[in-house]
Design a protein around this ligand. Structure first.
Ligand SMILES: [Mg+2]
Length: 232
């Protein structure tokens, strides 16, 4: 079946958001008077746990601090993260904007399949593309829409359902092992652009692994011919 839709992960794929997430977590801990500070090394390990609240719980469990309530911490962290995003410090990754604009011109549908929150993705789309951008996406499926986060395929299954398309008509874009497993679990081909925190992961199962979504990388892979066609 020919390509009819592109489905994007957000964190690490559209933008290198993880350093902003880490800064927001650390600020939320500090404001709450909790003596935690997640270094880059800590965060690389914690990123194996998908979902911010789940990440706080995993850390609490690991250090025997299970009395900590993750809910208010995670709410505050999300507010701080959105403030940082709105401050405009975070560009999209190279090639993302071009691919999305070319896909729209070619009449492809677009969707988001992420474990991050709806508020976070709306802010990122607003600051990156302007307020109309939310309407460019036929489906924005987030952590709030699922009972099981990636690597479970649920978020991709919901995206396909909302797009009204079979997996064979869509392509997913991810930056992590968990993302590959989720996309493949829903039957999707997945293109991986490794990110700052995922560079050392196992990307087997991906259709292609390329440094960025810039057109010269997309055109360099035979398996990505349907995407190169968009950019022609
Ligand atoms: Mg990601």
């Amino acid at each position: 079946m020919s390509l009819k839709a592109l489905i994007f992960d957000v964190d690490g794929t559209l933008a290198e958001t993880e350093e902003l997430h880490r800064a927001a977590f650390n600020q939320a801990f500090s404001e709450a008077g909790i003596d935690w500070f997640w270094t880059e090394d800590d965060y690389e390990k914690l990123l194996k746990v998908t979902g911010g609240k789940e990440r706080i719980l995993a850390h609490a469990k690991a250090i025997g601090a299970e009395n900590i309530d993750p809910t208010p911490l995670h709410l505050r962290k999300t507010a701080l993260y959105n403030d940082l995003l709105r401050a405009g410090a975070l560009p999209l990754r190279p090639g993302v904007e071009g691919l999305i604009r070319h896909a729209r011109t070619a009449g492809l549908k677009l969707a988001i399949a992420t474990t991050t929150s709806r508020e976070n993705i709306h802010t990122l789309l607003d600051v990156s593309f302007g307020p109309d951008a939310r309407s460019w996406f036929s489906a924005i499926c987030t952590g709030e829409d699922v009972t099981l986060k990636k690597p479970d395929p649920e978020v991709y299954q919901i995206a396909l359902e909302r797009l009204g398309l079979p997996a064979s008509a869509c392509m997913a874009f991810e930056d992590t092992r968990n993302g590959i497993l989720a996309a493949r679990g829903a039957g999707l081909d997945v293109v991986v652009t490794p990110s700052r925190y995922s560079a050392a992961e196992d990307f087997s199962g991906a259709l292609a692994v390329i440094p960025t979504l810039e057109s010269h990388h997309l055109k360099s892979e035979q398996s990505l011919a349907p995407l190169a066609f968009l950019l022609a």
